[in-house]
Ligand binder design. Sequence first.
Ligand code: PEP
Ligand code: MN
Length: 480
Amino acid sequence: HLPLSEAARGAARIRTSFVDSARPEAAKALAHEWAPSSWQSKPIKQEVIYPDQAAFEKALSKLESLPMIVHPTEINKLKSSLKDVCEGKAFLLQGGDCAELFDYCTESQIDAKIALLLQMSLVLIHGLRLPVVRIGRIAGQFAKPRSSPTEIVDGKEIPSFRGDNINGFDPSERTPEPSRLVQAYFHSSTTLNYIRTRLGAGYADLHHPFNWSLSHIQDSEVKAKYLKTVEALTDSLSFMKTIGADTASSLRGVDFYTSHEGLLLEYEQSFTRKWAPTPGVNGGQEGWYNTSAHFIWIGDRTRQLEGAHVEYFRGIENPIGIKVGPSFKEEEFGRLLDIVNPRKEPGKVTLITRYGCDKVESILPGHIEAVRKTGHPVIWQCDPMHGNTRSSPGTGLKTRQYSSIMSEILSALKIHKEKGTWLGGIHLELTGDNVTECVGGSEGLTDADLSTNYQTYCDPRLNEKQALDVAFTISDYYRK
Ligand code: PEP
Ligand code: MN
């Protein structure tokens, strides 16, 4: 294998020497070889063009020289937990912002998000009687795929906001700026460092105390249901405290993993590092690891079988996600899964389905059958957010209805049960802050409330109460 620096230099050569029309032949020529840079010979969607190429190359060289953010041994630990999810022995909770901004890297915002995910996982553990694997959309979830490369702002057509690691939200900052890649690294590492610090100190020590106050709940039946769960949970926790089990390592060392969409492949390539286990010390596969996060996923817009993203993802050892939208064809599953998971490892691939509450019933059963025929083990995860976006009448604000989100999850649960497959997890856009971006939930937010605290720069997120609503409702489904 080429040392990374050589592979990267090769990459730089490929990058500048291939024009678009030369790509098909290049793709054929490199069909059987994978390298961290081999994606560069494939057609790419959502490409970012940097006007300042010299500064771009300099930023990438800097990234290559920086230490990894997460270690392959952690990645392998997650992979083995995901094997349990795949086999129906654990549940996967993945959540966080649609798009992180560098400004979200503050103690209070990270605390709020971590506390919320931990609290949700407690509720889910209680309901499912199974361990919950927690993955944040955090510490690197910056780059965003866009439906259009430009947008009209104040009557002027300007480049779309592509995420804080590429350009700025302010209309004056829309030119891709290479130094943002390096800033993304430092914000990711700082965020993860703070998460590790917090969890290392013991989760009972989190600033944001678990907020079980249920006074916001409008419906008395819902309130009574939640109250039952909370009483059972607080009882168990205080029992553990009494016997001293709350300080046991299992509660202190809560596992928490990071993830983001692997969209900007130059960035991902820079963190693709070769690693081999030491016999007798640790396990795992020798190979290339993406060390920018434990888990990365391919978006619904970049999952073309012959495309650059699938090419990059097929060579890394990390567990990966693939977004599956309504346009995913049944006949594509076999080829895609063969490409990214040739060893058919359970826990390697999570299919993140996101159809919308009005389409899930007609599409998911066929997709389940199609995957069954491939013989590939997959984790089925429901993303009830991305198929349920609508614009709010009057303001035009992008929003999502809690009832649609819950309806897609409950449909997925029902369909998997009928098909004899395991819905292994949920994938949510949420924040621990008290935002008003989604409508509905036990607090009864309406379209008219959206402007109260609408903060997102990308998709609307569940606030703390709405996210807990989801956890309580799933928990309740399993307790029944
Ligand atoms: C996302 O997860 O924020 C996203 C863009 O999703 P999808 O690729 O499913 O549209
Ligand atoms: Mn989103």
